[in-house]
Design a binder for this molecule. Structure first.
Ligand SMILES: O=C(O)CCC(=O)C(=O)O
Ligand SMILES: [Fe+2]
Length: 281
């Protein structure tokens, strides 16, 4: 997620431009930079584990369905700050052993097998809770995670734990359109991000060309990290809960030209034992 004040990464190095303009692993399967995979949801049941966690932490007491937890939560816990983060997202920065084990099982059984190499993976997954008509949501969140300092060689993985369609999801700009914008701004991420916030034509181009990600429990999306994407205001009566993670194939990790560092408050280093889990899988 990003906002008008976000610090945006940029580099003029030839290697960085080369990474942004390369043909990626995903492009050999999909021109639009995204692929949907299926898995057996009953082996994981993340939704039940998340409900248990929120009960343990006294945010909720009686909810049975994850997409209805907003009925029990306070308005305060659901409103987002300038970084589009609410209290429930914050509490999930640290989960419990059960969710940690499910996460590792998911990476090992569902994500690694679709890759042709070992991978480093995000140590702590990002959980998102998008509540109905949440106060404070921006309408211009278009970004890619490279703008926030991530290596372009990363691959994004997005996994919903509630039915995701229409506004109870997020939107993504297909790779050809994302590359068109990147090239238009000469691969300068700061200029592109500024245009998203200041130039209504660029914002309109994104609005007109993004696609809503429509997935159910038991499906997940893998997308090229250059694709622009955005969180959107949830205008449905259901809470959207999802997890997003980033992985990088070992061979590409080993060839990175420098250490990438996140532009956020934590200044995470995209290296093992910091942003990534210490071991490849
Ligand atoms: O789920 C969302 O609303 C945004 C997801 C996102 O920004 C990401 O996966 O990097
Ligand atoms: Fe993102």
């Amino acid at each position: 997620m990003s906002n008008a004040e976000s610090i945006i990464f940029n580099s003029d190095s030839l290697e960085f431009r080369g990474s942004l303009s390369r043909t990626s692993w995903i492009q050999s399967f999909s021109d639009n930079g995204k692929i949907v995979f299926k898995y057996n949801y009953d082996d994981y049941n993340f939704d039940k584990a998340i409900i248990d966690l929120l009960k343990e932490r006294n945010f909720i007491h009686s909810s049975k369905h994850l997409d209805k937890i907003h009925e029990e939560l306070s308005a305060d816990d659901m409103s987002v700050d300038v970084n589009q983060i609410n209290n429930i997202v914050k509490t999930c920065y640290e989960t419990n052993d059960h969710i940690g084990n499910l996460y590792h099982k998911f990476i090992k059984e569902c994500v690694q097998p679709i890759m042709d190499d070992q991978i480093y993976f995000q140590k702590t997954p990002t959980f998102r809770f998008s509540f109905p008509r949440s106060i404070g949501m921006t309408k211009r969140d278009y970004h890619n995670d490279i703008m926030l300092g991530h290596p372009p060689e990363e691959i994004n993985v997005w996994i919903p734990f509630t039915n995701s369609s229409e506004s109870k999801s997020f939107v993504i700009l297909p790779l050809d359109k994302s590359l068109y914008l990147l090239k238009k701004f000469d691969f300068n991420l700061q200029s592109l991000h500024q245009a998203i916030w200041k130039d209504d034509k660029i914002k309109q181009f994104c609005d007109d060309n993004t696609e809503i990600v429509t997935l159910d429990k038991g499906e997940f999306l893998v997308f090229d990290s250059r694709c622009l994407h955005a969180a959107i205001l949830n205008e449905s009566d259901f809470t959207r809960v999802s997890m997003d993670i980033r992985i990088i194939r070992l061979n590409e990790y080993n060839k990175l030209p420098f250490t990438y560092i996140g532009t956020g408050r934590r200044k995470s280093k995209f290296i093992p034992n910091d942003y990534y889990h210490q071991n490849v899988i």
